[in-house]
Design a protein around this ligand. Structure first.
Ligand SMILES: [Cu+2]
Length: 136
């Protein structure tokens, strides 16, 4: 008599069952212990937009937050003509009521900086705060 026929079904299928068990164990193990999804932590490019308006001391200004190494392009609209400035950064674009400005910034230093408008008639108007945090 054939010995295989005499064996119980689970013994004849032993290698297949073992393989299935290993596959199921691998899937469960991967599901339980898979590493967290990778998150990009490198420099980022940000775009912001703000409208200039005369403000009083104590008024809340918008805060644009960056991390060191990031870049930002800030679209600025103004009814008052003048030159935009952030002390310590190179870009100083002119803005007029007809031509919004794009202020470009590379966050190569950290701290809180004032984006302000030097108006053509000699005033200074605070526009926004740029906050650059150290990269972890
Ligand atoms: Cu200035």
């Amino acid at each position: 008599m054939n010995q295989l026929v005499a064996m119980p079904l689970w013994r004849r299928r032993g290698p297949i069952v073992a393989l299935l068990f290993l596959i199921v164990a691998a899937v469960i193990g991967y599901t339980l212990f898979k590493p967290p999804a990778a998150t990009y932590k490198g420099p980022a490019m940000h775009t912001f937009a703000v409208a200039v308006h005369a403000n009083d001391p104590g008024d809340q200004l918008p805060v644009f937050s960056l991390q060191e190494g990031d870049s930002a392009e800030i679209l600025v609209l103004s009814k008052t003509p003048g030159m935009l400035m952030v002390h310590g950064f190179d870009d100083m674009p002119n803005v007029t009521p007809d031509h919004p400005a794009k202020f470009n910034l590379r966050a190569d230093k950290t701290g809180r900086f004032s984006l302000h408008l030097h108006t053509n008639d000699g005033r200074q108007i605070e526009v926004a705060i740029i906050e650059i945090r150290p990269r972890n």
